[in-house]
Write a protein that binds this ligand. Structure first.
Ligand SMILES: [Fe+2]
Ligand SMILES: [Fe+2]
Length: 257
């Protein structure tokens, strides 16, 4: 599998699916139209689009309307899969947002599985807690235990989704980071709020093809789990910083049978 930072070059093979991904578009009231050129380009360049959450800035239903207005060209042409991000929870309207996205035709992932064009997909929002030996442990106050439980529950949901997927190419969508490698560049003080190693363990155990996430707006676009699985941070701000001459999405080419 290769990561191709797309510019529309090259022919298309029937045995390769071009998977585009972006994240953290943070639509706001009044931002209508800002994403249309990118989505129109993705509709031409890719076979599938993945969105890793924070589609809205304040989690408002109006904002998801802005997002959907801009996304219509790509949704008409290729399958779109998404998880929600923490910003999509901000106003407590996450269920309504998920319903609107589903009704518009977007395949929403939250521990469920989808097979599209020969690739198995699952995903969860994930949660924080930190990485490696420094991960927050469920010890002491109940509030700390509840915080850790949220991360454990998300990791368990991811495991459930992965268990349902057939062998073959499998891709995971997350909002929070599963490894520290793709959050490097953020202030170290906030690493524990950007992701959790608890999300890495299921990726390694199931030998997935690749994982995508967002949330860390100043991280690195590419890292690897301890089992060498590629992890892509596709936040638009990360991709703009690393690839200033391109629109902020990437495409990977996934061989399928
Ligand atoms: Fe974000
Ligand atoms: Fe976020």
């Amino acid at each position: 599998m290769s990561a191709n930072i797309v510019s529309g070059a090259g022919g298309r093979s029937k045995d390769v699916v071009r998977v585009a991904a972006t994240s953290d578009v943070h639509c706001k009231r009044g931002s209508t139209g800002a994403l249309r050129p990118m989505f129109a380009e993705i509709a031409e360049e890719a076979d599938i689009l993945l969105l890793c959450g924070d589609l809205t800035h304040f989690g408002l239903v109006d904002e998801i309307g802005v997002f959907l207005d801009d996304a219509i060209p790509v949704m008409k042409k290729i399958p779109v899969l998404s998880v929600l991000g923490n910003h999509d929870y901000e106003a407590g309207k996450q269920n309504e947002i998920r319903k609107l996205l589903t009704e518009a035709g977007i395949l929403m992932l939250d521990g469920n599985e989808q097979e599209v064009l020969g690739i198995g997909f699952t995903g969860v929002k994930g949660f924080g807690g930190g990485f490696g030996d420094r991960s927050l442990q469920p010890w002491g106050e109940k509030t700390i235990k509840n915080f850790v439980k949220e991360a454990v529950d998300e990791a368990n949901k991811l495991e459930t989704g992965l268990n349902k997927l057939d062998p073959g190419p499998r891709i995971v969508l997350l909002h929070y980071a599963p490894i520290s490698g793709t959050v490097v560049g953020e202030p170290p003080e906030i690493y524990p709020f950007l992701g959790s190693s608890r999300l890495e363990e299921p990726l390694n155990r199931h030998s997935v093809t690749a994982a995508f996430h967002g949330h860390a707006h100043k991280g690195q676009w590419l890292g690897r789990t301890s089992a060498d699985i590629p992890v892509y941070n596709v936040s638009v701000s990360v991709l703009r910083a690393h690839f200033p001459a391109r629109r902020p999405y990437i495409i990977i080419e996934v061989p399928v049978n």
